[in-house]
Design a protein around this ligand. Structure first.
Ligand code: FRU
Length: 429
């Protein structure tokens, strides 16, 4: 990769790569990065619950697992009649399974007694017949009020049952894995911004080295006396990072914090759900971020952003010059969020959830101005159509879509993409 990535804006804080204000100032919708408009699905696969952040059960090497023919997803969920803005306060992980990658059955709540007051996003590993569920324990169990501490946790002890109906069974044991160290990773009491983040663990085995890693969303501590961002305190509180931990033995329950892979000091406060997809010997690092978490003077979108490097801890450069990979159309700017990229055969697919539709506003805060019935009506709360993406070098291009909730089975050959189809048609005509 070229060496034009600027490195961290906070000397001594160790992120090798940084997303610079100059790069982020180039964020702009293009045909290659704007997803088509999404309409509500004909049938909601999970009518009783709202579904948002979702991840697939995967093998150690990142392959999407198939357990006796079933694909398995895990989702953050909340009751479907709850106001969507309140869902983070009660988030509960449920699982779904599918024999055809299109129709999904609810498996129910994964575990009754997780750590924390509520469970936020994570990842799931299928290893030698065992299921490990990595998640974020948000808040402290037993506290009277909602609290916002975040700890990275794994639950072990899950096994799939495949005689007759599919089910995941415990008993689960919950292990606290990581808390922010206050040095490489900001603690809550150091936060000078909206809030700190320390969440969304993502298991990743490096194909080049076989080493075992956990990526997560975090923030870089920026002391008040720092000269980062020209010393401007209004910019310094935008300090998102992609955290990294390493398991020297490969044990999914034992981790050591490492320096962050990348940070976005002076640029953006939240680099959510970081994950890496290896391809053509390169490392594609993806994060989701919001319009409202960009620092003053920058104008981003609710979008999937991406970076590429030649090695896991290499020098990441933004994809498509700015980092923008997938965003929503301008007339539905909040229609999808929390994108997750995964390989399928020769292709790259992108899953996300269907967020607010029929809602053209400049800020998500406007949701709160709507009557409650409208907030509920305009919230998708289900999975969005899966996108198909071309990824080549430092460039990406949205090629077409599959259905809502479609996670193809391993051997499934996908039809021509929308772009190939239309190109063929115009060629014929
Ligand atoms: C992204 C996110 C995650 C978090 C979850 C909480 O949509 O903010 O970072 O784990 O939502 O609901």
């Amino acid at each position: 990769m070229s060496k034009d990535s600027p490195g961290t804006a906070v000397p001594g804080h160790g992120a090798r790569s940084g997303w610079s204000r100059e790069q982020a100032s180039r964020i702009e919708r293009t045909d290659d990065t704007t997803a088509p408009i999404v309409y509500p699905p004909a049938t909601d696969q999970a009518p009783d619950v709202h579904v948002w952040d979702t991840w697939l059960l995967r093998e150690r090497d990142g392959t999407v697992a198939t357990v006796d023919g079933y694909r398995v997803t895990f989702s953050l969920t909340a009751p479907a009649d709850l106001l969507p803005g309140k869902r983070h306060d009660v988030a509960t992980i449920r699982y779904f399974y599918s024999a055809d990658g299109r129709t999904w059955q609810p498996g129910g709540v994964v575990f009754e007694e997780p750590l924390g007051q509520r469970t936020w996003a994570g990842s799931a590993l299928y290893d030698d017949g065992d299921i490990y569920l990595f998640y974020t324990a948000a808040g402290e169990r037993g506290a009277d009020e909602l609290t916002y501490t975040q700890r990275i946790v794994a639950a072990s002890g899950g096994t799939p049952r495949t005689d007759g109906e599919f089910a995941i069974e415990g008993p689960w044991t919950h292990h606290e894995l990581l808390r922010p160290d206050g040095d490489r990773y900001e603690r809550q009491d150091q936060s000078r911004g909206m809030t700190y983040t320390f969440r969304d663990p993502w298991f990743f085995e490096d194909p080049a080295t076989g080493e075992t890693h956990l990526l997560f969303e975090a923030n870089t501590p920026v002391p008040a006396a720092s000269d980062a961002c020209g010393g401007d305190p209004d910019l310094q509180s935008f300090n998102g990072s992609v955290g990294l931990a390493h398991s020297p033995t490969g044990d999914p329950l034992s981790w050591e914090l490492c320096d962050p892979l990348l940070d976005s000091v002076c640029v953006n406060q939240e680099l959510e759900r970081p994950h890496v997809v290896p391809r053509d010997g390169r490392y594609y690092l993806f994060v989701s971020s919001h319009d409202h978490t960009f620092a003053p003077g920058l104008d981003g979108y609710d979008a999937l952003y991406g970076f590429v490097a030649d090695s896991l801890r290499g020098d990441y450069v933004p994809l498509n010059d700015s980092g923008l990979v997938v965003t929503n159309p301008a007339n539905a700017p909040f229609q999808a969020y929390s994108w997750m990229v995964f390989p399928h055969r020769e292709e790259v697919l992108v899953q996300s959830f269907f967020n607010y539709y029929d809602f053209e506003a400049d800020s998500m805060d406007r949701v709160a101005d709507l009557p409650e019935s409208e907030q509920l009506r305009r919230f998708g709360g289900t999975l969005a159509p899966t996108l198909r993406l071309r990824v080549e070098g430092t460039h990406t291009e949205i090629l077409g879509t599959l259905d809502h909730w479609q996670i193809p089975l391993p051997d499934e050959v996908l039809p021509p993409t929308d772009r190939e189809y239309f190109a063929g048609e115009s060629g014929d005509g």
